[in-house]
Ligand binder design. Structure first.
Ligand code: NAD
Length: 348
């Protein structure tokens, strides 16, 4: 692998006002204070924009951070951005996320995840970068029966359009890596959670409902297992990956062997949804988001599986450990405590 230095470099982060994106920008500045980060985000209203503004506000303290409000599906804008800033490294996190929303709003996925990512690839082709890192997802594993999920497994059976767009990103990146020698690494994230996270995700949605005294629906009667991964562990992994790009090499035919890689980043420790809810509820009480005598049993409803959902996610991270000497390690209680404390402060 080739070393990519972040010091004094210009780095483009798409989806910078997003949950993972904003945490990544902070982590990049910790790693390389001399870097210049350009963040782009269209600030769409898929979930409460106040959260996106809150996250951006925290990035305002970095003097070399520049925010551009715009859509990665706007090819002209992306071309201009690349020509103006000539980024050395690009991290594409902008996407329409969410499995369930893709059932009712497929267009948003085609626009942001397919057209948007295509524009990023085209821009990297015309303005060569040292490394393109992009978000894929554990959802590409579909209803894979074999666990843990390994990047060697076949992933040709997506069960949602969201998953299909993420798998498509990996295929498109492979073709561009091969054709134009663009070093690219796709990262399959496993259920990321943490402070200022996404309100469309279960832990956040459950919290909102419990606070309002509403009943939470626990899908698949609680028999879902998720490899919950704390956001700090994710961005630690992303930064380590950014600094080592797949090598550019030619094959026997004289043509490039695609400098292409894909890794899982997950906690390798799937937790049962019911246990997860139990820990969450204890931490919400501890952080005084909920009163001590809260009756959880009365606010819990066990319901069947939803279309597009998968019963288990479980990451095999041996490749990440082998190549980057790293694997996520934050336990659920520590991570949910940070979330609950943030929630108490933000919504007080
Ligand atoms: N959070 C998870 O559990 C998880 C799991 C697997 C993969 N991912 C992937 O990681 C990436 C980041 O996810 P996140 O959880 O931070 O989600 P997020 O929704 O908080 O962040 C994505 C950001 O991208 C922006 N965006 C969306 N479409 C855009 C467009 N066309 N142009 C510009 N900006 C656009 C949104 O406004 C948002 O701020 C996404 O690609 C997501 O699919 C996340």
């Amino acid at each position: 692998m080739s070393t990519v230095t972040l010091d004094n470099k210009t780095i483009l982060v798409t989806g910078a006002a997003g949950f993972i994106g904003s945490n990544l920008v902070k982590r990049i500045y910790q790693e390389a204070p001399s870097a210049t980060v350009i963040g782009i985000d269209n600030m769409n209203a898929y979930y409460d924009v106040a959260l996106k503004k809150f996250r951006l506000n925290e990035l305002a303290k970095y003097p070399t951070f520049t925010f551009v409000k715009g859509n990665i599906a706007d090819k002209e804008l992306i071309t201009e951005l690349f020509e103006k800033y000539k980024p050395s490294a690009v991290v594409n996190l902008a996407a329409q996320a969410g499995v369930r929303y893709s059932i009712t709003n497929p267009d948003a996925y085609v626009e942001s995840n397919l057209v948007g990512f295509f524009n990023i690839l085209e821009a990297c082709r015309h303005n060569p970068v040292e490394h393109l890192v992009y978000a894929s997802s554990s959802s590409v594993y579909g209803s894979n029966k074999k666990v843990p999920y390994s990047t060697d497994d076949k992933v040709d059976n997506p069960v949602s359009l969201y998953a299909a767009t993420k798998k498509s990103n990996e295929l498109m990146a492979h073709a561009y890596s091969k054709l134009y020698n663009i070093p690219s690494t796709g990262l399959r994230f496993f259920t990321v959670y943490g402070p200022a996270g996404r309100p469309d995700m279960a832990y956040f949605g459950f919290t909102n409902k419990l606070v309002k005294g509403e009943t939470i629906k626990i899908f698949n009667y609680g028999n879902c297992k998720r490899d919950f991964t704390y956001v700090d562990d994710i961005v630690e992994g992303v930064v380590r990956v950014m600094k080592k790009a797949p090598d550019k090499k030619n094959g026997e035919d004289g043509l490039p062997i695609p400098p292409y890689a894909v890794y899982n980043i997950g906690n390798q420790n799937p937790e049962n949804l019911l246990d997860f809810v139990q820990i969450l509820s204890e931490e919400l009480v501890r952080a005084k988001v909920l009163p001590e005598d809260y009756d959880f049993e009365a606010h819990k409803e066990l319901v069947p599986m939803q279309p597009g959902d998968v019963p288990v996610t479980y990451a095999d991270t041996s490749a990440l450990e082998r190549d980057f000497g790293y694997k996520p390690s934050t336990d659920l209680r520590t991570g949910l405590r940070k979330f609950a404390e943030w929630y108490a402060e933000f919504y007080k």
